[in-house]
Design a protein around this ligand. Sequence first.
Ligand code: AMP
Ligand code: MG
Length: 353
Amino acid sequence: MRTAVRRVDPLRPDVRAIEEAAALLAQGAVVAFPTETVYGLGASIYSPDGLKEIFRAKGRPSDNPLIVHVNDMAQLDLVAVAGDVERSLMKKFWPGPLTLILKRRKYGDQVGISDLVTGGLDTVAVRMPSHRVARELIRALGAPIAAPSANTSGRPSPTTAAHVLQDLKGRIPMVIDGGETTFGVESTVLDTTERPFRILRPGAITPEDLREAIGEVILDAGGPVESRPRSPGMKYRHYAPRQPLALFYDPQIGVYACRHLMAKGKRVGVIAPSEHRAYFPHEAMVIDIGGLDDQFSIAHNLFSSLRHMDERGVDMILAELYPPTGLFYAVNNRLRKAAGYLVLSSTAECDAL
Ligand code: AMP
Ligand code: MG
């Protein structure tokens, strides 16, 4: 399959490109498109063929449900039931990178949304994106679009059309290229079906933002052992670069690990904040991910840094973790999953690498 790339101005997308993409969606095909978080791989929620195609193209496990992207509140009401608190969150954070887990709407015996979207759960994940291209595409189709990130399952999420092509070229008919995404990390997934609400995936809307809006919100520490994953996506390996990745909080531990690996003849890549990059040996491939006072840049550059390391052909990647505040919750969460939870905290652990 040839993958067409249509470049558009993200602020004033060309109508013909959008209509061409919407026509593909209406025919049961998939299309990759930019959102304010990462690139999505969309299908009409009313097209079983398109929905199945998402799972095939990504190699995504079929029990990992998709996020439904809506353009207005009428589309939300077609698929989900929302109470007052949920609606107040929508009022505050929509359009934007907050996904709400809501009860599925039922019409008599029928539900308003396919099991292909929800993985058979009795809940559905919904958000209203703010990106012009995403909104125009839903408007042109006239139906909500189900879309996970447009990467091969398990790989870092795509923040440019080039990243989408790295993974899906030849597997999907079209990518709308609207340039780099804004946030660079995915939406925050908030489960509203139990009280207090629980963050299932930290993302571009911070825990502090949510607590300010509604008070108590649970955020689990997040670790390798989830006896009963609350979100199907939690149990799969995610965001991983091709080479092994190890994390550290203390830059001195990172430097020690780097020297140790280089002494063994390994080519080492390091992802560190601007303030710490000079600590690392010159021979290491160091990516400056942004200043510690600029959480936005660090989140924005995260996935592209991981993909960049793949291109540089290093043997091992070391990456710094960040103090738990704001967007850093999302950054640390993605890094931990990408590293398979390998965090170095002593020189002995570095020696064992
Ligand atoms: P992605 O769009 O690839 O970033 O993945 C969407 C995320 O939302 C995955 O982690 C899913 O497991 C999660 N998700 C989608 N629907 C639900 C749901 N009904 N309940 C819990 N988690 C969900
Ligand atoms: Mg994803």
